[in-house]
Design a binder for this molecule. Sequence first.
Ligand code: HEM
Length: 148
Amino acid sequence: GRERALIRESWQRVSGSPVQHGLVLFTRLFDLDPDLLLLFQYNCKQFASPQECLSAPEFLDHIRKVMLVIDAAVSHLENLSCLEEYLHNLGKKHQAVGVKVESFSTVGESLLYMLEKCLGTAFSPDVREAWSKLYGAVVKAMEHGWEA
Ligand code: HEM
């Protein structure tokens, strides 16, 4: 359908430079919720500032991982259920590192922010709506990984 075409077209403009766009997303995320910085620890080491985190190689790898998951969702728009089990396990891993389900809405806001910055006037209300739905579906599948 038309929504899928909007997603594919807009993702094409983002996916060519995933780290650059991922940095916009996570910079926004840490602005909105600075406490999330504490959850990113590599070798038990805490980052002193968002800037330090945003330039760490391990964190840049996490950005690549996030962008790959979104890329997989965009490639499987017709059959997102293929990713169900993967996303369920991914949810479990995030629960284990201390992420709260609620934080995924802040990630969603940051994703829309990044898309708006990247797409400019091409970020129409229809494009926003299509992305909200797709992101919502990904999060819903990940949420199955949380145990009460
Ligand atoms: C792994 C934190 C959001 C995809 C991890 C790890 C941490 C983490 C600490 C383990 C270390 C690492 O691999 O770098 C967070 C936090 C998030 C967040 C605090 C937001 C509140 C996301 C989102 C996605 C994602 C939105 C994708 C849609 C992944 C993937 C891995 C990962 C694919 C690797 C899992 C594996 O090793 O199999 N995340 N993450 N993360 N994250 Fe996230």
